[in-house]
Design a protein around this ligand. Structure first.
Ligand code: SF4
Length: 481
């Protein structure tokens, strides 16, 4: 059924049977599990907001494949306006969840695979594009959340896939027959994987011709035979069995990542979108990465809006809101947030059409956007800690706050301004702690690729030679290099 609600999404998830482990134990159903439900709630927001008239201009669009109204998360960008709306949509959702809603990874995989399969077919005479369009229609008609599965374990980073001591360090094809292929390996840091319907496997790096077995892109159900997931730990995850101490009990922190193992998984040919075409692995990776790096000024912009709001509130709860340095630091947090957002909008406005007809961001600006996230989020969080005070890291638990004997002491000594209750101060402090430490910070650094990955693309896109000719002309130097 097209245009699911959040409830429809959860009901549909319950029908799946993914094999998911946490701390060695198998989870019967991801829906309702305390560790995973907050992430499901965040993903459900991408469905519910599509039914809210306030957000429908951002959340809904028209499929260029069927002419039907679809959720934007299943769309192939048809204009720079689509790219801009994507960024605005992500900021709007983050402002509600304060956390990752995971669905963008598959969204970016759709767009990267769409344009790359078109290019492959044009140059090589393969038939991937038509198959992928059919797959997209299936995704759109069923309003599916699909996990984007790119990052391989990578083993020894100095060696290419085919030279690894263990060949499974990168997902690869181990068998082929008339019906399909068999793949083996694993994908790491899989955002939203356990609460998605399918995953889109992609290569993780550009590949040399001898690594043809590693050039594989395909769609696999999350509960396919041979697939299992080991759910990851997060900072303070034991708190997920509580309320206030979680900070953001409804939506959790970042994306609920897991390690996904693919143990000889069969994939029929109609779900295979690359198999051996090494020359196109690099462009698929770079397009996916640039689309995902575009997002960060939107989604982290919205997350930062909440951190700014929480920091302004805790300053009031502490009675410090009138201090000039507090006002100035809040202004700096706004400046950093809007700079991130500006980069995301800029790479979208300066997008261009690819041969497939789909639109692509300006990759240089998208990578600058994500590179800024690796720094500015840390600075935004540092300023938040500075204003909030050390108690956000040392305060007693909510159990002590509610304890019949200890509670009155915690109430008394954790109180700030008389205008607010201790519980309000507690709640806001925990929200800040949750959103500004541990897992959330590392995710800003490495999500959508580590800083060095962005610098590689920036260096490639920078065209320093052209800048040199500009300088030489002004300096009156005619000599060629
Ligand atoms: Fe989307 Fe941001 Fe989560 Fe990436 S980190 S999946 S862009 S919400």
């Amino acid at each position: 059924m097209p245009l699911k609600t959040g409830k429809d999404y959860m009901e549909a998830l319950k029908k799946l049977k993914p094999t998911v482990y946490f701390k060695g134990e198998k989870i019967d159903c991801v829906v309702g599990h305390p560790l995973i439900q907050p992430h499901i709630n965040a993903a459900a927001m991408t469905y519910d907001m599509a039914h809210d008239p306030t957000y429908q201009e951002l959340m809904l669009t028209t499929s260029h494949l069927t002419g039907k109204t679809i959720n934007r998360f299943t769309h192939i960008h048809q204009s720079t306006d689509d790219l801009i709306k994507k960024v605005k949509m992500l900021r709007a959702i983050s402002q509600k969840t304060g956390s990752c809603y995971q669905r963008c990874v598959g969204f970016d995989a759709f767009n990267a695979i769409y344009s790359t399969t078109y290019d492959m077919d044009q140059e090589l005479g393969t038939d991937y594009f038509k198959k992928f369009c059919d797959y997209m229609i299936y995704v759109q008609e069923n309003d599916l959340m699909v996990a984007g599965a790119m990052t391989d374990p990578k083993g020894d980073r100095s060696l290419p896939p085919g030279k690894q001591e263990d060949p499974d360090m990168y997902v690869h094809v181990v068998d082929k027959n008339d019906d399909g292929i068999v793949i083996r390996g694993a994908k790491m840091h899989m955002t939203g994987m356990v609460n998605s319907f399918e995953m889109l496997i992609m290569p993780t790096t550009a590949l040399a011709a001898e690594d043809a077995d590693y050039a594989v892109a395909c769609a696999v159900p999350v509960d396919a035979e041979g697939v299992f997931h080991i759910f990851g730990r997060q900072t303070n995850d034991e708190r997920k069995w509580g309320d206030i101490d979680q900070g953001n009990a409804q939506f959790g922190v970042v994306g609920g990542e897991c390690l996904t193992i693919l143990e000889d998984v069969f994939v029929p040919w109609d779900k295979v979108f690359m198999c051996g075409e090494t020359a196109f692995a690099g462009s698929m990776v770079e397009r996916f990465a640039s689309y995902h790096r575009q997002n960060y000024g939107g989604c982290k912009g919205g997350v930062s809006d909440i951190i700014i709001g929480a920091t302004a509130a805790i300053a009031e709860y502490n009675g410090a809101e009138k201090a000039s340095h507090v006002k100035d630091k809040l202004t700096e947090m706004v400046h950093l947030t809007e700079t991130l957002y500006s980069c995301a909008l800029a790479c979208s406005c300066d997008g261009h059409q690819l041969p497939s007809g789909a639109y692509y961001v300006n990759p240089l600006l998208a990578n600058v956007d994500k590179q800024n996230v690796t720094r500015f989020i840390y600075e935004i969080c540092r300023l938040s800690h500075d204003i909030a005070g050390g108690f956000i890291a040392t305060m007693p638990t909510e159990v002590d706050l509610k304890d019949p004997k200890l509670g009155r002491y915690v109430e008394k000594y954790l109180k700030g301004s008389g205008k607010f209750t201790t519980e309000e101060r507690f709640r806001m402090a925990r929200l800040i702690e949750n959103m500004t430490g541990g897992t959330a910070l590392v995710e800003s650094m490495h999500g959508a690729g580590s800083p060095q990955a962005q610098r590689v693309v920036m260096a490639r896109q920078a065209n320093v030679a052209y800048k040199k000719t500009l300088a030489k002309k002004l300096a009156g130097i005619d000599k060629e290099d």
